[in-house]
Write a protein that binds this ligand. Sequence first.
Ligand code: PHE
Length: 457
Amino acid sequence: MSTDTVKHEQWSSRMSYMLAATGAAVGLGNIWKFPYIMGENGGGAFVLVYFACILLIGIPVMMSEVLIGKVGRQAPARSARLVSQQSGGSGKWSIVGWFGSLTGFLILSFYVVIAGWALAYTYYGFNGMFTDQTAVQIDSLFRGLNASGAELMAWSGAVVLTTTLVVGLGVKDGLERSVNWMMPALFVLLLVMVGYASQHGDMPAALKFMFNADFSKLSWNGVLVALGHAFFTLSLASGIMTMYGAYLPAGTSLVKTSIYIAVMDTVVAILAGIAIYPIVFANGLEPGAGPGLIFQTLPIAFGSMPGGQIFGGLFFLMLVVAALTSALALIESSVAWLVENRGFKRMQAAVVSGAVIWLLSLTTVFSISGAEWTKITLFGNETTMFGILDFTTSNIMLPVGGLLTALFVGYVVKRSVTEQAIDSSAAIYTFWRVCVRYVAPIAIVLVFLQLSGLVSF
Ligand code: PHE
C-alpha cells in the first residue's frame, strides 16, 4: 500500500463501534421521516418493500462500505483509491469515497436545520407551549419559528456547534464518549414513549395502519422512496460507514455488525411508528400528514394529553439525541479528510467543517423562511433550494452512490480481498456477492428507468 497514509485512532471496542454506527444510522430518518413516508405510501405495503430493500440491498452495501474502510483505513476517498490500487484497479475509483462524502456533507447542511426544529420543540414542549393549544395555534407556532430566519439560524447553529465540538475532541474522547451515553438514553426515551402511547393512544388502530398492506397506495415512486430511504436510514452512500469502518478494531465481523446495525435501525423505526401513530389516531389526526406529522400534528395531541408537557418535551429530546449521533457521523469524514489532506489538527478541522456546514445550512434556513433567492422553478414546478437538496441527495445521490459502491466492490476489488475481509461462511459470502454484483445494481437501475419513463412495468 502507498506510504501517504495517516494513522487514525480506532474504536476501543467492537461495542463502541456498534453504538456509534447504530447512532449514525438511527436518526431523524427513523423518527421523523419513516412514519410519514410510510403513511403516504400505503402503510404495510410500503414496509414490505422497504424490508426487501434493507435485506437485499442495504445490508450488502453496508458491508461493502465498511469493507472499504476496514481495508483502506483512511477517509473514504483515499480508502477507495487504496483498495482499488491494491486490486490493480484505477485510482479514479476514489469517486466511490468522495462522492459519498460530498453527499454526506450536503445532507448535513439540511439535517442540522431539522435537528434545530427538534431542539426548538424540546424547549417549547417542556415550557408547556403545546398545552391546551388548538390546531390553529400549534400551526402558528410552527409558522412563527419558520418565518424567522434568525431563530432557525440560532437553533441549527446550536446543533452545528455541539457537533463540531464533540467531533473535534477525537474518535475516543469525543465520538465514543458521547455515543456511550446518548444511545442508551435514546432507547430508554423511545421505550418510555411507546409505553406512554400504549397507555393513552389507540394502539389497535396504529398496528392495523402500520401492518395492513394496502398495495393500491403503493406506486413506483413509492418503491423509489423505499429504496432511497433504505440508503438514508442506514446512512449508506454518505461516506459514513467507510469512515467508521476505518476505525474498526481488528477481528471485528463485518457480517454480524452490519446485520445488527440494520436490525436495530429497523426496530427503532418501527418502535417510533408504534410511539407516534397511537397518539395520532386517538386524537383523530391525519396519519399521512407528510413532513409536518411530527412538528405540526403531534404537538396538538401532546397539548391535550395527560402529562403531555413532560412527554411532549421528552419526545422531542429523543429526536434531538437521535439527530446528534447522526450529525456526528456526517461531519466525521470531512474532518478526517482535512486531517489527512491538509494536515489540520482535529479540532481545527472540525471548526472549519462546522463553519462551512453552517454557511451551507443557510440555504435551507432561508428556503424555509421563504426568502426570494431560495425559490427555484424546475421543470415548471416551484421549489426551493432545500427542496432540491433533499430530493437530489436522498433520491438521486444516495442510490447512485450505492450503485457505484456495489459495482466497485463487486467487480473491481479482487475476490480474495473481499473474501478475506468478509471472513464468513461460503453461503453468506455468496449471498453478499450475488447481491452486490446483480441484485443491488439491477434493482437500482430498474427503479431509475421506471421513473424516467424509459421502461414501464
Ligand atoms: N441515517 C440517518 C437517519 O436516519 C440519516 C443519515 C443519512 C445520516 C445519511 C448519515 C448519512 O436519520
